[in-house]
Design a protein around this ligand. Structure first.
Ligand code: SF4
Length: 573
């Protein structure tokens, strides 16, 4: 065995208990004892163990998180985690990582408590689940929830001893938070208007639910080299940002003359990760909807076997794609599947329908005559528990009982009869919320920021609202949707690179002694869908207090110089 392992690595390789399967590498470690016969890893974690062993055999030094996974599988160690949390103590770093497999994130020092991120396939909840989450947030958390940029909910300020009771409460509601953190497949997004949208080509709900259940029932799909995102876009009027996901499935209409039968297929795009300035690339592959799970599963298994387990900054699937190219990656997927995938020339794919960038706000007619969806604006995603219970009651009394979260940090009521629309609007206004938004507020997105996330350089949610207030007061003539995205750090949870205007948190030095204040680097010209583009940085280290006027000046320039409202802000930049 090579000598380039440190003592810790050797200890690891000698096969200390990882709670599932003791593993030794062929040939021992130079202890002088005869080599033990190689033990082939078995069980659901074998694919990961083999990949770790291969990494070490090739001279790689495993990342800390890989050693934590190996030392104690987070699912095997759950009872120990529960017992230690019951004492009220903060978890050790390695246990914080393990808790994330169960959906709990210890977020000190920003908040001395857990945040819980749920799993909500296609972002759709029943009214009683929505109200139940509010009750749990009251009983165990801070009494409020945030809608995330993955059409999901997060509950914060959950004390150590309240973490497991909160998770148990989710199960009582038919929900789970399993695998929403650490190196796992995150909440699956789908078109928020699935099944109610006249433009859609395909209803994403069964696909998202199927993928959700596929993940939950296969432990070998946990503990990837890094986190992983999957999205289904049904071709509706409201974007789901599938091009920012590791795997995006896009409903498209294939025209006669292609290599496959004409009709609706799912086009496969791979490798989106905007924090690393990359959007998903079109593979040319199209799938029958029923194939998506099996193909996504194979894509992930290729990633599990070949993703980087040594450098956390290079361990997303994008880096395997960069190194191999799409063709080699797809060949490996086909080998895993045992069959070829169908491909079509883009010339045989009908251009997709456009988006309505206001479709997540206000009243819109559904494909079902006489019914409507109504988008409610939330101040950068936040709702109190009292508001949630009242909103749940509106959904029950006036709609189809469902609440549909969107990646725009808000939600839709669906199935609202024409005769109930005015009542819904009035009841929402009475809660201090609204179904109407200005051009700037409709496209306002902000991550948690430093009020709740230790990585944040700035108070993104607070500054986002200041920008909206400032622009609304000074530019009432702004008549086109403009997306302003504020993200607190390079993790890019608010996807600043695809905003028309994107702000990423930065500490701004304001004195020779090195004193700093909160601020941002600013990018412009990002976009999504047919206009997908990574924005370009134009200013560095702008103090937060100056950002509202900087945004105003960009918008004022645009309004003064554009040919007309048909010219988007992105086109102007
Ligand atoms: Fe935290 Fe950074 Fe994500 Fe914002 S982008 S929520 S600061 S990790």
């Amino acid at each position: 065995m090579a000598d380039n392992f440190d003592a810790e690595q050797k200890r690891y390789l000698e096969g200390f208990s990882h709670g599932i399967t003791a593993v030794r590498l062929t040939g021992g470690l130079g202890t002088g004892a005869p080599a033990a016969p190689p033990a082939e890893p078995t069980g659901p974690d074998a694919i990961h163990i083999k990949a770790q062993d291969r990494t070490v055999r090739n001279g790689g030094k495993l990342a800390e998180q890989e050693k934590w996974k190996r030392a104690e599988n987070p699912f095997e160690g759950h009872n120990r985690l529960i017992a230690e949390a019951a004492t009220g103590k903060a978890p050790k770093p390695e246990d914080n990582f393990r808790w994330r497999y169960h959906g709990l994130f210890w977020v000190a020092p920003a908040q001395n408590s857990y945040m819980c991120r749920l799993r909500i396939p296609n972002g759709i909840l029943h009214h009683w689940q929505f109200a139940g989450i509010a009750d749990l947030a009251d009983a165990h958390g801070g009494g409020y929830s945030h809608v995330t940029t993955r059409a999901n909910l997060q509950v914060r300020e959950i004390g150590p001893e309240h973490g497991q009771p909160f998770l148990d409460g989710l199960v009582d509601l038919g929900l789970t938070a399993r695998g929403t953190g650490a190196d796992n497949i995150r909440n699956v997004t789908g078109s928020p208007t699935a099944g109610i949208d006249a433009q859609e080509l395909l209803d994403t709900r069964p696909l998202a639910r199927g993928w959700h259940n596929h993940i939950l029932n296969d432990r070998s799909l946990y503990g990837l080299p890094r986190k992983f995102n999957v999205a289904f876009d049904g071709g509706g009027i409201l974007p789901v940002l599938e091009e920012t996901n590791d795997i995006g499935f896009q409903a498209v209409e294939v025209l006669p003359g292609a290599a496959v039968a004409p009709g609706v297929w799912m086009r496969l795009v791979l490798g989106g990760i905007t924090g690393h300035r990359d959007l998903a690339r079109d593979t040319g592959v199209v799938l029958a909807p029923g194939e998506c799970n099996a193909v996504a599963d194979a894509i992930i298994r290729v990633f599990i076997e070949n993703g980087d387990r040594t450098n956390r900054n290079k361990s997303r699937m994008k880096y395997v794609l960069d190194a191999w190219g799409c063709d080699k990656y797809l060949a490996a997927v086909e080998e895993t599947l045992g069959r070829k995938l169908a491909r079509v020339d883009p010339a045989h794919v009908k251009p997709r329908g456009g988006f309505d960038r206001y479709a997540h706000v206000g009243v819109h007619a559904q494909v079902q005559p006489g019914l409507n969806w109504i988008g409610v604006v939330l101040p950068v995603g936040k709702m109190t528990s009292d508001q949630m219970r009242a909103l749940a009651e509106i959904a029950r009394a006036c709609g189809d009982g469902q609440i549909r979260l969107t990646v725009w940090q808000n939600f839709l009521f669906s199935g609202v009869p024409d005769a109930k629309v005015a009542e819904v609007e009035a009841r929402v206004e009475a809660l201090g919320l609204s179904t109407k938004a200005s051009s700037i507020r409709a496209g306002l997105v902000a991550c948690t920021g430093n009020r709740g996330c230790k990585f944040a350089a700035s108070d993104t949610k607070g500054h986002a609202l200041l920008i909206a207030d400032h622009v609304e007061a000074r530019l009432p003539e702004l008549d086109v949707p403009v997306n302003v995205h504020l993200t607190g750090c390079h993790h890019s949870c608010a996807q600043h690179y695809i905003g028309d205007i994107g702000l990423i948190g930065a500490k701004v030095v304001v004195s020779e002694e090195g004193d700093t204040v909160e601020g941002y680097d600013i990018v412009v010209g990002g976009g999504f869908g047919e206009a997908a583009r990574i924005g370009t940085e134009i200013w560095k280290a702008v103090k937060a207090e100056d950002c509202p006027s900087r945004v105003e000046s960009l918008l004022r320039d645009y309004l003064g110089q554009r040919a007309g409202p048909q010219e988007s802000f992105q086109a102007y930049t």
